[in-house]
Design a protein around this ligand. Structure first.
Ligand code: ARG
Length: 566
């Protein structure tokens, strides 16, 4: 039963001047419960009908024949508000959830289409720092969100695994490195010698030449150079994978920058053949002056390729390989210009799919908790962040629930969940503050709060001691405000996922999870579930089941574990 469609039907039978589809689209869900379940704003009609919107609303409402599912129609200013018959509404929502269970919320809008998502993409041989966390977490959520609406997401970790840093690292290793130390302390030892290289190169600039020579050797396929490069990459991957495992994140492809080494020559040739390449101070560029942007660098003076060259080649490869509908890049805002430049180059090359390339920027991360700041120079390691969140969770559990089974495992899931949740709670572009105190507040709008709500629902279902939930319930018993509110939020869930995908904004799902958790906690507070009897108990348990199911799938979409007990 599609209430919105029924309302659109009756409206369009009286409003003949507007397309039915447009009517359907303009019907809103009021944020204020007391204003009904659906509302039709009459502002747009004012132009067509040349009357004041409130008058139009009044006239339409007088002509409308109330459909059976509508209990009441009310005009408030320029809005016609529709109140759906509560028990019909509840029946409709809950039957959908009972029927689809963990698949409730999924749709097939993107059926048959691929979306490539470029995220995380850390630079190898440098520590995985806090800035990469955002890309990783946002990318993973979008990956799940797009899958949920029927797309096939292709997750690509475009590793920064080529470039000058490797020449430097080879020089550093040869001068001050120690195999055992690298094996023991992996990436930390690599960053130590990398920092040392910069200190020494300031005193002795010839080290920079040496580094350049090693990069050239790498490019020429020198065995020793490539062996060391490969070793550094493997060591970094070990560290990255440890973090990805903890975050429960996987990628479909790890094709990084080095993968495009043998694919760039033909791309450069193509840019040249299309008369886009220009020499400037010895380098090869694409002039973007006309488009108010600095030139896009394609080849360095020594013939070396650059970050944009690799990105252009990778995009062409991805289009061929995945025939994507969209290819999105999740990085910090400061890379805006980089993407705008090379997207433009592809446009100038005549690829009309340049418009399907989308940069998804995000804001900065700052540390609220000062103690976290510096263990290693000024970079904050991702692992330190995760560890401190888990440590703090452990101490909270020790205080609140010391006898909890599997404490370590649960602390890990809560701590990591809190970090992810905190990152996805606001619009991407907003800066994120790491304030452990706040992130781990079990009563705030936090990861632990929603996980706890899920565990609470699980505990109710466990205590109900029923082997199977009975879905054949009397829906009219769930017409109290708190229950209706829960159902309204469940009802909106599928649209929220679509909205999140359209805006590339995981926070829309995160906030909806909070709304559902809050509504459920109010329902739990206002109504006795296990203490009620007969049909009422049955109905409330079924509602609890619906909430638990949706909380669980929504949490997994944003990359957080739903815990049964905590
Ligand atoms: N490796 C880059 C960095 O750490 C991010 C790469 C983003 N993806 C891309 N296709 N450029 O800043």
């Amino acid at each position: 039963m599609d209430f919105k469609k029924q309302i659109a039907d009756v409206l369009s039978s009286v409003v003949s001047d507007v397309d039915k589809d447009d009517i359907f689209k303009s019907i809103e869900i009021p944020s204020d419960l007391s204003k009904g379940d659906y509302a039709f704003p009459c502002f747009k009609l004012a132009k067509v009908l040349k009357k004041a919107p409130p008058l139009i609303a009044k006239e339409i409402s007088e002509k409308i024949i109330k459909p059976e599912c509508v209990e009441k129609i009310e005009v408030i200013n320029a809005y016609i508000n529709f109140y759906i018959d509560k028990s019909l509404f509840i029946k409709d929502v809950l039957e959908k959830v009972f029927d689809k269970k963990e698949n409730y919320g999924k749709s097939d809008l993107g059926k048959g289409k691929n979306i490539v998502i470029d995220y995380s993409s850390p630079n190898v041989a440098k520590p995985f720092h806090i800035g990469h966390l955002r890309s990783t977490v946002i990318g993973n959520a979008l990956y799940n969100i797009f899958n949920c609406i029927g797309y096939k997401s292709v997750g690509i970790n475009y590793l920064g695994d080529w470039g000058t840093q490797f020449g430097k690292l080879i020089v550093a290793y040869k001068n001050w490195g120690d195999k055992e130390a690298v094996e023991k302390d992996d990436i930390k030892e690599l960053s130590r010698i990398y920092v040392k290289f910069h200190e020494e190169a300031e005193k002795n600039p010839s080290l920079d030449d040496e580094a350049r020579n090693w990069l050239v050797k790498m490019q020429e396929g020198d065995e020793e150079a490539l062996k060391l490069w490969k070793w550094f990459v493997d060591i970094s991957m070990k560290e990255f994978n440890r973090i990805y495992d903890r975050l429960n994140i996987k990628f479909d492809s790890y094709k990084g920058e080095s993968f495009y080494n043998d694919k760039m020559a033909s791309v450069v040739k193509e840019i040249k053949e299309k008369n886009l390449l220009k020499e400037s101070e010895g380098a090869q560029i694409v002039d973007l002056y006309e488009y108010n942007m600095p030139p896009c660098l394609i080849l360095r003076r020594d013939g070396g390729t650059l970050y944009p060259t690799r990105d252009i080649s990778a995009a062409i490869y991805r289009k061929k390989t995945y025939d994507f509908e969209k290819c999105i890049y999740i990085t910090a805002l400061d890379q805006n210009l980089h993407f705008a430049q090379w997207f433009k180059v592809l446009e100038l090359m005549g690829y009309d799919w340049y418009k399907d390339l989308i940069h998804i920027p995000f804001g900065l991360v700052s540390l609220g908790d000062r103690k976290l700041s510096t263990r290693k120079g000024h970079v904050v390691l991702m692992e330190d962040i995760l560890n401190s969140a888990v440590e703090k969770t452990k101490s909270i559990i020790d205080e609140k629930n010391p006898n909890l089974k599997d404490k370590e495992k649960i602390a890990e899931d809560i701590g990591i969940g809190a970090v992810i949740f905190n990152d996805l709670y606001n619009s991407r572009i907003k800066n994120v503050v790491f304030d452990l105190q706040k992130m781990l507040n079990f009563d705030g709008e936090t990861g632990p709060y929603v996980q706890y709500t899920h565990a609470r629902a699980c505990s109710i279902l466990r205590k109900a001691e029923i082997s199977k939930i009975d879905f054949d319930i009397d829906f009219s018993l769930l017409c109290d405000d708190a229950s209706v509110d829960v159902c309204r939020i469940l009802n909106e869930y599928p649209d929220k996922i679509i909205d999140a995908a359209e805006k590339y904004e995981p926070y829309i799902v995160t906030r909806h999870i909070v709304a559902l958790a809050q509504a459920f906690n109010k329902f739990y507070h206002d109504n006795s579930i296990l203490g009620s009897d007969g049909d009422l108990k049955k109905a409330r348990i079924a509602l609890t089941y619906a909430v638990k199911t949706v909380l669980c799938s929504a949490l997994s979409i944003i990359g957080i574990k739903a815990l049964e007990e905590m």
